[in-house]
Design a protein. Structure first.
Length: 174
């Protein structure tokens, strides 16, 4: 079961004070009245240069499943740092009502995308490995799974616009 935690307001203040890149990203996201769209969001994340070492001290991973560290959440967007230890993965899922883009901060992020068969079961249609500095973007109807198939930690910075309220989880077709 995924671990979910929200960093304290004090921790967020420290992150924003120590890393102007994160602070500026939040200010930029706050400047939109509507969702910026995946292309614009992806390009903004591509130029982000996060201080991963100081960020890592303020967020957590979990032994049994991947761990979501929510940094910031408003009505318009949500900023979440997700950590996967080696071998951890998400369920196969979609994102009802939200765009999702994420920057790989550390490690190798494998994204597998799926389609559904007539029984509503998921079958893989593509797989790609994203490395540190690359951005992966998922549109609302996309069905995918993110996994850490590498040897080290995988840390991704996710932006959801608007915040993720619900998602569907799918079983794999045999
Ligand atoms: Fe996702």
């Amino acid at each position: 079961m995924v671990e979910s935690r929200t960093v304290s307001s004090e921790t967020l203040m420290n992150i924003r004070a120590n890393d102007s890149e994160i602070h500026d990203l939040i200010m930029w996201l706050e400047s939109f009245d509507e969702r910026p769209g995946l292309d614009v969001l992806g390009k903004r994340l591509e130029i982000l240069d996060v201080d991963i070492e100081s960020l890592r001290e303020l967020i957590q991973s979990a032994p049994d499943d991947y761990c979501r560290n929510t940094l910031f959440r408003s009505d318009q967007f949500e900023l979440v740092v997700i950590i996967w230890r080696p071998g951890q993965d998400t369920p196969i899922h979609d994102h009802i009502g939200s765009d999702c883009a994420f920057l790989i901060l550390e490690g190798e992020s494998t994204e597998t995308t799926y389609d559904l068969n007539s029984e509503g079961l998921a079958f893989p249609i593509s797989s790609r490995v994203y490395r540190s500095g690359e951005v992966c973007a998922a549109e609302e109807p996309d069905i995918h799974r993110v996994s850490n198939d590498g040897d080290g930690e995988l840390i991704n910075l996710h932006v959801y616009t608007p915040p993720l309220h619900a998602f569907n989880v799918y079983d794999l077709a045999s």
